[in-house]
Design a protein around this ligand. Structure first.
Ligand code: FMN
Length: 258
């Protein structure tokens, strides 16, 4: 079974290709439902890296999942580097009694835009990153299929310890508030942000979106708004938008084994 949390679609893209390669069932994050027990004893967790760590929403998901007696794998998607996210995921799984077998990262288009100096990739960079995903996933699937353990094939980047052990806890505490989210004058009241929020954290009141406080900061609401009317304080002024396309049908993807 493949368990995926995805805000802007990158992790869903990777998980869909992985599900085709492994023949495993894909189950998306739900705030209300628990994961079913996998029939083959294996869960592959696919999710984005948030501030060089496991997103709190995924930590909470693992904590309410029956992990004991199962083999667990992890595929992290990130814009650049994952720091020490792999070790953090291993500890979460082992604390729940699961066997944390192997971890892999996949570089995908960046979606974080909430701080100075952070923006989406140019179209050229985003499509180059996406073009490399199918062969990377095919490679990862071979390792998982073979049941390999002890692999940490993750792009950690520089200063990994500082990023994951100092910045990540700071980020979780001080930089994940949904309070700065608001709709600008450009909002048409279409409700698309509310319909697409993976945590059902947005409701419409008087034709305007309202954010409650169980937000994953996945930025789905910001990136999917066709009117570019979702803002985060002033941090998103002048920033670009990105949504991952759905993967093309299997037959049209050229991979190294073709
Ligand atoms: C809150 C937040 C924090 C992020 N932190 C990192 C990071 O530390 N390193 C990185 O390479 N990418 C980071 N990113 C980018 C995402 O990990 C990357 O774009 C991912 O593929 C998005 O996956 P999704 O489309 O499935 O949500 C961050 C994105 C968000 C929204």
């Amino acid at each position: 079974m493949i368990a995926v949390f995805s805000g802007t679609g990158n992790s869903l893209y990777a998980a869909t290709l992985l599900s085709r390669a492994l023949g495993d069932r894909l189950v998306s994050y739900s705030p209300d439902e628990s994961l079913p027990q996998p029939s083959d004893g294996r869960i592959v967790w696919v999710f984005p890296v948030y501030s060089w760590g496991v997103p709190p929403v995924v930590e909470e998901w693992i904590e309410r999942t029956e992990c004991g007696g199962l083999n667990h794998y992890c595929v992290l998607t990130c814009g650049d580097d994952a720091g020490l996210t792999a070790g953090q995921w291993r500890r979460l799984i082992e604390r729940r009694g699961g066997r944390a077998c192997s971890v892999f990262s996949v570089i995908m288009p960046n979606v974080y835009v909430l701080m100075k100096g952070f923006d989406v990739d140019t179209e050229a960079v985003a499509s180059l990153k996406l073009s490399r995903v199918p062969s990377r996933i095919e490679d990862i699937a071979l390792h998982i299929e073979a049941g390999e353990e002890g692999i940490d094939d993750v792009t950690r980047g520089s200063f990994a310890w500082v990023k994951s052990r100092v910045i990540y806890p700071w980020f979780k505490r001080y930089a994940m508030s949904p309070k700065p989210f608001h709709a600008t004058e450009a909002c048409t009241g279409c409700g698309s942000c509310a319909r697409h929020c993976p945590l059902h954290n947005i409701t419409m009141a008087g034709g305007r979106p309202q954010w409650a406080d169980h937000c994953a900061l996945c930025l789905r609401c910001y990136h999917q708004c066709g009117a570019h009317a979702v803002a985060y304080g002033k941090a998103t002024e002048g920033k670009g938008r990105y949504l991952c396309p759905t993967p093309p049908p299997a037959a049209s993807i050229v991979t190294k084994s073709v």
